[in-house]
Design a binder for this molecule. Structure first.
Ligand SMILES: NC(=O)c1ccc[n+]([C@@H]2O[C@H](COP(=O)([O-])OP(=O)(O)OC[C@H]3O[C@@H](n4cnc5c(N)ncnc54)[C@H](OP(=O)(O)O)[C@@H]3O)[C@@H](O)[C@H]2O)c1
Length: 383
């Protein structure tokens, strides 16, 4: 019997995989680095040779010369972006290239368009890519959380009641839980005909940190201020406390189950009152002690019922909500501490004990590695 390396060398080599990368921020740069570092492994194990077609940022794009980027050119490009520069200023750069124009110009058969932006301006590029038969990988949640009709177009959903989506054309594993295999797990449950009855999850490391602090008897204001000092929050902590990012993840999961639902239908309860919405960041942080007593009482009420508070996304009975929830102390969510993400899937086959995924749900390197895994999996998919 032929050994596996002999079998590999007998196989016809797959053509190089052309990639257009939109966004060279933290995740895009890490992806580029990881792909360059992993070239020997990707080629040896997966017969995958990535050929860069173009790299873009908000200023424009760089395209390689005929022979491809040299290592030195890629190093320069990474350094330029690391230093806060614009790709349009590079010697291979051009300015004012929209993502769609880039796909139009640089795309070629077999291409993958990878969206590592946080922009809602990439949609036309993604539609064009899919129309041309290219594949798409998203780290960007925004295209998936736009109107249902946009989601359907991206997923090529046929009939209105259909939950099917083309796993061969579109991957977005990192949009919920970064490197954790949350979407892959959901897809496997859905595609095997399991019936998902409930999903509950904690999808914000920052809010997980806050919940652990409250459970340990610390005040709301002290814990939020510490998270801010440690750099766990966004520059404006209200961007975390408002729950919108968690709501986007919940919406992606709901649509992944096959629910037809808009962002406006996700009930989001934030962790600060409207009256603090208009303050500057420093004034907001100073006003937080006024909320301490309310949160102390909520923690005590939950504890009196054997429960703890979690900032959770809950999907059940066709409804999707995001907010402070009291959960049983001995449930997977109840046992969660610190900044990890955790998701419980309750289904026909996973009941009463849920299928649980837990781990770090953020991080540039883990996210970029998740994007790379999506590219590798697409390499093996055919339409
Ligand atoms: N960081 C994580 O842990 C994590 C986890 C999961 C998912 N994600 C998602 O991954 C995505 C990237 O995150 P990040 O931390 O890398 O963000 P980032 O550092 O802000 O980078 C965003 C990049 O997108 C570029 N960009 C913006 N508009 C563009 C456009 N119209 N065309 C082309 N490029 C455009 C920006 O260009 P400039 O450089 O010119 O500004 C920048 O290079 C986000 O959607 C984020 O939500 C991140």
């Amino acid at each position: 019997m032929a050994n596996s390396s002999a079998a590999t060398s007998d196989r016809a080599q797959k053509p190089p995989k052309p990639v257009i990368l939109l966004g060279l921020g933290a995740v895009g740069r890490s992806l580029l680095r990881q792909i360059e570092e992993q070239r020997p492994l990707l080629e040896r194990e997966y017969d995958l040779r990535i050929a860069w077609l173009a790299l873009s940022d908000s200023s424009g794009a760089v395209a390689p010369p005929e022979s491809g980027f040299t290592g030195e050119q890629l190093g320069e490009i990474l350094q330029l972006k690391e230093d806060g520069g614009a790709l349009s200023s590079h010697s291979l750069g051009r300015a004012n290239t929209s993502p769609a124009a880039l796909v139009e110009d640089a795309g070629r058969p077999g291409a993958v368009v990878v969206d590592c932006t946080a922009s809602d301006e990439t949609l036309d590029a993604l539609f064009l890519a899919l129309e041309r038969g290219y594949q798409v990988v998203l780290a960007n949640k925004k295209p998936l959380t736009a109107a249902q009709e946009v989601y359907d177009r991206l997923n090529r959903v046929g009939g209105a009641a259909s939950a099917t989506r083309s796993l061969a054309a579109l991957r977005y594993e990192t949009t919920v839980g970064a490197g954790l295999p949350v979407i892959a797990t959901l897809d496997r449950l859905v595609s095997s005909g399991d019936k998902i009855e409930r999903i509950a999850g904690s999808f914000s490391g920052t809010l997980g940190f806050l919940m652990t602090g409250l459970e340990q008897g610390r005040s709301y204001s002290e814990t939020v201020q510490e998270a801010y000092r440690l750099g766990y929050t966004e520059p404006d902590p209200r961007d975390d406390l408002g729950g919108v990012d968690v709501a986007r993840k919940a919406l992606i999961l709901a649509r992944g189950i096959g629910w037809r639902i808009e962002m406006a239908q996700v009930q989001v309860s934030g962790l600060y009152p409207e009256r603090l919405a208009g303050l500057g960041v420093d004034d907001f942080l100073s006003a937080l002690p006024s909320l301490d007593e309310e949160y102390r009482q909520q923690v005590a009420r939950a504890a009196s019922e054997g429960k703890v508070l979690r900032y959770a996304a809950t999907l059940a009975d066709g409804a999707c909500s995001v907010g402070l929830t009291a959960v049983a102390k001995d449930s997977p969510l109840g046992r969660l501490t610190g900044t990890d993400n955790l998701v419980e899937f309750y289904s026909r086959w996973y009941s009463p004990n849920p299928l649980v995924i837990q781990g770090r749900g953020a991080g540039v390197e883990a996210t970029a590695a998740g994007v790379l895994s999506d590219i590798v999996e697409l390499h093996f998919s055919s339409f």
